[in-house]
Ligand binder design. Structure first.
Ligand code: ADE
Length: 374
């Protein structure tokens, strides 16, 4: 057996901890490496961005994966890479096309920032992502997690990538009872992880932590401690504290907004309009709407007053709820058939809705309804 093989074997053995002499936090974190890397080699999922981890692909995938499940991201990632295969094409893409490619993923500022950063990269970095962690951190939309992920996964540099999943894993390993939403806890864990992470193999190391968070030390429910490669070092696991750790400060309740959605139809098309270029869902398209929850009579009166002679029929349609991070839309819909179309309105066919105009996922139920209607 070679020296390297001996080292690998030794490192992959679980840590034996004497309860009378518990490991220090640093030693506990350092002890994760062997079991973590061994487990990742056997259990890592095959994912499109892992097949060819170029800096661009890692960057785009990590931005897509923020707040979004892996399975939901896969088709978006494939389509994005097909249409915008490099930083130059991303920088040059028309905003409407970009938003269409992101349609349904939500948090649309993510893709706007991707493009802002791509334009800086074309201007100042010859169309490449820099290798330097500090330079990555200065780009729009790139925080410590994404900078660490690009530096480690694409460039093999030993920087930690601590997202919500990794915070959950580390807070359990170390039995941290502070609020993991606190920036100081995250900064401290990043600093401690940087001290102990391997100098080579850091791509696998960071992705292994992410993978344990996704597959084993799962959010919202009982973690699969029996399958966990970190079982021998995890304090929360040993002490049965998984339902108390991580600790999170309660979130402010979301504001609830009532909206009335107006599906004006005429000649096989439906009316849409572009939203303002700032604020929620900036520059996306939407069905016209009114603030508040209108009953059929009140709505009929209002529409007849505003567009006398245009309205042929008003029919109540379905209700829908859409949850954003800070607000919930509670929507009531109406299909309104027009006899004649008022000047200056924009209408879209079902095909244009699906291929051209970016509409937020909030309207999915109404898009389906309209497709059946037209
Ligand atoms: N979530 C965030 N980053 C990820 C990655 N690189 N692979 C799988 N899930 C992730």
């Amino acid at each position: 057996m070679t020296g390297q093989n001996m080292k690998d074997l030794y490192q992959s053995l679980p840590v034996w901890e004497d309860d009378r002499q518990p490991l220090s936090g640093r030693k506990r974190l350092a002890a994760m490496e062997g079991p973590l890397l061994g487990w990742y080699e056997r259990r890592a999922r095959i994912l499109p961005w892992r097949e060819e981890p170029t800096p661009y692909r890692v960057w785009v995938s990590e931005i897509m994966l923020q707040q979004t499940r892996v399975e939901a991201v896969k088709p978006y990632f494939r389509r994005f890479m097909e249409e915008l295969p490099d930083i130059e094409s991303l920088a040059a893409a028309p905003e409407e096309r970009l938003l269409k490619l992101w349609e349904g993923l939500g948090y649309y500022n993510r893709v706007r920032n991707l493009q802002k950063a791509a334009r800086i990269l074309v201007e100042d970095f010859g169309g490449n992502l820099p290798e330097e962690y500090g330079q990555l951190l200065k780009l729009p939309g790139i925080g410590s997690y994404t900078a660490g992920a690009i530096a480690s996964i694409a460039y093999g540099k030993p920087f930690p990538a601590v997202d919500g999943n990794v915070l959950r894993v580390l807070s359990r390993v170390l039995a941290i009872e502070e609020d993991i939403g606190s920036p100081s806890v995250k900064r401290r864990l990043e600093a401690e992880l940087k001290e102990v992470m391997p100098q080579t193999g850091c791509s696998a190391y960071n992705q292994a932590l992410i993978e344990v968070g996704a597959l084993v030390c799962v959010p919202g429910g009982q973690p699969k401690c029996g399958e966990c490669p970190l079982g021998s070092v995890c304090l929360a696991g040993k002490q049965g504290l998984w339902d108390r750790i991580p600790c999170k400060a309660p979130k402010k309740p979301r504001r609830i907004k009532q909206r009335t959605i107006l599906l004006f139809v005429a000649d096989g098309r439906v009316a849409i309009r572009k939203r303002p270029d700032t604020g929620l869902l900036a520059s996306m398209y939407e069905f016209p709407g009114l603030e508040g929850n209108f009953g059929p009579e009140a709505l009929s009166e209002l529409l007849e007053q505003k567009w006398p002679g245009h309205i042929a029929e008003i029919r109540p349609a379905c209700s829908a709820v859409h949850i954003f991070s800070h607000v919930e839309w509670h929507m009531t819909g109406y299909v309104i058939r027009l006899d004649t179309v008022p000047d200056g309105w924009l209408f879209a066919s079902p095909r244009e809705l699906s291929e051209k105009y970016p509409l937020p996922g909030a309207f999915n139920k109404y898009i389906n309804l309209i497709n059946g209607e037209l």
